[in-house]
Ligand binder design. Structure first.
Ligand SMILES: [Fe+2]
Length: 565
């Protein structure tokens, strides 16, 4: 059965599951080149079908999700979505009615689905799908949190686990706790949208004049630069109540409550208090669920599950045996979640292997070579590319690394990465200010061999995190070796690569181990900040030209700075 998953909201995208196997998954932003694209994912759908070598007529089922009132209206009036996108991304000024519109928007998202909103969604989606030749496929609509949960459940590998969604809003809910067993997923508790932990943090992000739905990670990073508060007035604003969250006011009114507190605090202190409040509530909900069910394996998804400090605290709960975080935890991962929900139907449950997440487009060596020639760049084909790159990194160079199929999800995992030595804080600063143009307090992350992670991390527990989804504490004696990729609190967010993994990525880490004694690199996403991850070789060459990096490894070809073109 060929199932095409489609997500047509924030960070829209598509995913293709063929006979229970994930064949392709890609977000529209990588093709439209608009970060966190909100338009219908027409190009992502075409790319998925292309990767699966399918025609639109071969698709049996199109799986989509979220039919609440706000989503139905956005489908009916796409221009409203575009207007919000432009304000949110600071491409348009908010206008005189901004505060009112914001309140109305959040109020609307608190409404769950009803028969009319479902019918509108089905009609709008059906019409769009017919327009791109997918009218022959059956359209299945799923619940927002069910899709978040299904992605985490199917990819976790757990037989029996708690599946927890921690989110903003979708289909009238903001968080759920479900039990996964041999029969599938069974929901135990759900938090209404009005009591959303994600909206709480979204408002904090917005009040710090950062972009909500995008810069929450910056708020978390900034929080590291403030001391723990003696008294935290944000704690009562978001709390755990059993298996649910409770906020002091509905999401649409919480912004004003937060603003009344914010004025008295410096930004980093406010960020710290918000992070602490969110941490305490989220960890308490999960701890309670583990306690009540006696199930110590936890799979997480939803936008709040991108908070690596919360994920670490959950991992370290004594009653938790193991944690898996769905690597594309935010709404951008819903296309795959929906596809898996449809593929699992009738089977009870489904297990999938996401591999190294290289689920996007890739280019053959001849195709890369012709792109290089078309761009007029001088290049060479080193006999040992891995050794060549490692040797350059050791010399302090910054190397752009383009290898195989593009990653699915928010992290660069060795297909579209910017690389440097992990033990040079001055390289980190050069990357932040010159290459990536990021804020100074946003840390970089390492990719390292599993054997190294066991040696370097003090709080090793559970399965190794392959997808950069949670923080680990670096042992004091290892901090010098990872000084360029360490947070101010002594933790880092690693990609832990199996020592015996095939391919050039693990080989590069082994070569770094041989040359420097530490099998690790600084690995940051191959883009300029604010732009989507590069997908095609042309974009890689463009970023190389604009970034000031020393070299570009494009498949088997090496391009050096100053090398023509
Ligand atoms: Fe969501």
């Amino acid at each position: 059965m060929n199932v095409l998953g489609v997500w047509d909201g924030h960070d829209s995208g598509a995913a293709l599951v063929v006979d229970g196997r994930v064949v392709a998954a890609i977000n529209e932003e990588r093709l439209s080149r608009r970060k966190l694209e909100v338009r219908f994912p027409t190009a992502a759908i075409a790319a998925c079908l292309d990767l699966g070598q399918l025609a639109p007529a071969d698709v049996d089922v199109v799986a989509a999700c979220t039919t609440d009132v706000a989503k139905a209206l956005a489908r009916l009036l796409p221009s409203t979505r575009e207007a919000y996108y432009r304000v949110r991304r600071r491409q348009a000024a908010p206008g005189p009615l901004a505060a009112l519109r914001k309140r109305a928007k959040y109020w609307l998202t608190e409404w769950g689905p009803n028969p009319v909103s479902r019918a509108v969604s089905r009609a709008c989606l059906g019409r769009t799908l017919r327009g791109i030749g997918l009218g022959g496929a059956r359209l299945r609509l799923y619940d927002h949190h069910g899709c978040h949960a299904m992605g985490a459940a199917c990819a976790s590998g757990f037989e029996r686990a708690l599946v927890v969604t921690l989110d903003g809003v979708g289909d009238g809910l903001s968080a759920t706790v479900s039990l996964l067993d041999e029969h599938g997923l069974r929901r135990l508790a759900a938090t209404p949208a009005a009591d959303s932990p994600g909206i709480f943090f979204e408002h904090v992000t917005n009040l710090l004049n950062m972009r909500e739905l995008e810069d929450e990670g910056k708020v978390m990073a900034l929080a590291g630069y403030a001391a723990a508060p003696e008294r935290n007035p944000l704690l009562p604003l978001v709390q755990a109540r059993g298996l649910r969250f409770a906020t002091a006011a509905p999401g649409h009114a919480l912004h004003a409550r937060l603003r009344r507190i914010q004025w008295a605090f410096p930004n980093e202190q406010f960020a710290r208090m918000a992070q602490e409040a969110l941490e305490q509530a989220a960890v308490a909900v999960v701890a309670r669920a583990v306690h009540e069910t006696g199930v110590g394996r936890v799979a997480l998804a939803g936008g709040v599950a991108s908070n690596i400090r919360i994920n670490r605290l959950i991992r370290l709960l004594p009653e938790v045996e193991d944690v898996f975080v769905f690597p594309h935890m935010g709404d951008g991962g819903l296309a795959l979640g929906a596809a898996l929900a449809a593929a699992a139907e009738g089977n009870g449950r489904l297990r999938v292997d996401l591999g190294d997440l290289g689920l996007g487009p890739g280019w053959s060596d001849p195709a890369l070579e012709s792109r290089l020639r078309a761009a007029g760049r001088a290049f060479c084909r080193p006999p040992q590319m891995v050794a060549e790159v490692a040797e350059r990194l050791v010399r302090g160079q910054v190397v752009l690394w383009f290898e195989g199929r593009m990653e699915y999800g928010p992290r660069a995992l060795g297909h579209r990465s910017i690389l440097a030595r992990p033990d040079r804080p001055e390289l980190r600063d050069r990357l932040n200010l010159v290459l990536k143009r990021r804020v100074w307090y946003q840390p970089f992350c390492p990719s390292l061999l599993e054997s190294e992670a066991q040696r370097l991390f003090a709080d090793w527990k559970g399965r190794p995190d392959r997808f950069m989804t949670m923080a680990y504490e670096v042992r004091p004696e290892a901090r010098a070796a990872l000084s360029g990729v360490i947070n101010v609190d002594g933790t880092c967010r690693p990609q832990i690569v199996a020592d015996d993994a095939a391919g050039p990525w693990a080989a590069l880490l082994h070569e770094m181990k041989r040359l420097t004694g530490t099998g690790a690199v600084l690995n940051t996403s191959f883009n300029i900040h604010g732009e989507p991850l590069v997908c095609a070789p042309e974009e890689a060459l463009d970023v190389f030209a604009r970034s000031g990096a020393d070299a570009l490894a494009l498949g088997p070809f090496l391009v050096e700075r100053g090398g023509g073109g």
